[in-house]
Ligand binder design. Structure first.
Ligand code: NAD
Length: 358
């Protein structure tokens, strides 16, 4: 029997609650196939700082690099907000992505028919939305030098090299080849030099994918178009900060940030995590929506482990739970037949995932 080694990083806030549910579902689906998981739990974020004085202990990096994939919850919280920047949970996460070299963040945004009323947009605008934001993750303004601040000034630098743009563009075009063969590259080339280079290089890479239709859009327009007519998009290729913002915006198309998964890939080991944060406002209450994390586990099966049938089973189980009217509190007012806790939702999806006919 195949065994996959998964590094589990639960993190802070709702992190432990949602990861426990994803593990429940993974074990359930594995029971139908000829593989199983071994998990190694390691620390990152505020909890890691509290115990070791470092938000990213070396052991976490080593364990991650020796695994088949990393399943990650979320980090951060007010408690650690006033620490020096390098000690903050968020710095640990940025450093982690950089250490692993995961430069491509894939963020699908799908509107479930069952939750069509949960979107803040009209049903006819969002019905059928199925897009993928391909976000560059370890470059751009979050990492560029120089950066700093003094009492009266703060500064950061948005920088991209040709090589960084080439590799993320290839990811986007490859993904587009598996989808509807359309890429819309998002930039601010009317103002930023870095975006002019971005646009130029994306055009060059596009020549290697003649079947894919490439368009460009300024980020401010893209923010507007995502709300006006989201179905016009298939693959959206973006730099780090633009993708961060646009993918949160895209999450509201689907009704709750608690639904959206992500995969950070491009290196040997990928990191699979929900797009939301540690939600300290609801931590410990058993009301967090675990679907984004369960769906991230499904992406892990699909992209890291090649267990496509198992991933399909989890996706179908999520859909079934929603179509039968199960909702966590964030979606309770949208056609709920039963409002359930984090762990009840995990168990329902695990149950459906464990039905072995496939
Ligand atoms: P957040 O995503 O944690 O929460 C935003 C809102 O969405 C909150 O009202 C929260 O209750 C709700 N929410 C988030 N996930 C949910 C879920 N699964 N189910 C139901 N509701 C959910 O963003 P924030 O409040 O801006 O940040 C809180 C902390 O998380 C900060 O410390 C921030 O730095 C950190 N953060 C971490 C990550 C990460 O670990 N990848 C990402 C973003 C923010």
């Amino acid at each position: 029997m195949k065994s996959y080694k998964i590094a589990l990083i639960k993190g802070d806030g709702i992190g432990p609650e949602i990861i426990d549910e994803a593990v429940k579902v993974l074990d359930a689906v594995a029971s139908c196939f000829d593989f199983h998981f071994t998990y190694e739990e390691v620390l990152m974020g505020g909890c890691a700082y509290d115990i070791t004085g470092d938000p990213l202990p070396q052991e976490t990096i080593t364990t991650a690099l020796n695994s088949d994939a990393v399943l990650f919850g979320a980090i951060g919280g007010e408690k650690w907000d006033n620490l020096p920047r390098e000690k903050r949970p968020e710095s640990g996460l940025l450093r982690f992505r950089k250490e692993l070299g995961v430069y491509a963040n894939l963020r699908p945004a799908v509107v479930y028919d069952e939750l069509i009323n949960a979107s803040s947009l009209k049903p006819e605008v969002v019905k059928g939305v199925d897009l993928m934001v391909v976000r560059e993750l370890i470059g751009g303004i979050y990492f560029g030098e120089p950066k700093g601040r003094d009492e009266n000034k703060g500064w950061n630098t948005m920088v991209y090299t040709r090589e960084e743009i080439v590799r993320i563009a290839h990811q986007a075009f490859k993904i587009a080849m598996e989808r509807s063969k359309r890429v819309c590259s998002i930039d601010k080339a009317n103002v930023l030099d870095v975006s002019q280079l971005w646009r130029e290089v994306v055009e060059e890479v596009a020549k290697e994918y003649p079947e894919v239709e490439l368009s460009h859009m300024y980020v401010d327009n893209a923010a507007m178009q995502l709300i006006r007519d989201p179905k016009q998009f298939d693959v959206m290729l973006t730099g780090n900060i633009f993708g961060d913002i646009l993918s949160d915006e895209a999450s509201m198309l689907s009704g709750s940030i608690g639904l959206l998964p992500s995969a950070s890939v491009g290196a040997k080991i990928g990191v699979y995590e929900p797009i939301h944060g540690s939600a300290p406002d609801i931590a410990g209450q058993g009301i967090a929506n675990p679907i984004a994390t369960i769906s991230s586990a499904s992406m892990m099966l699909r992209y890291a482990l090649g267990e496509i049938a198992a991933a399909d089973k989890i996706d179908a189980a999520i859909k079934r739970a929603l179509s039968e009217g199960y909702r966590t509190k964030d979606l309770a007012q949208y056609d709920a037949k039963e409002v359930c806790s984090t762990s009840e939702m995990g168990s329902i999806i695990a149950n459906y995932s464990a039905k072995c006919k496939h």
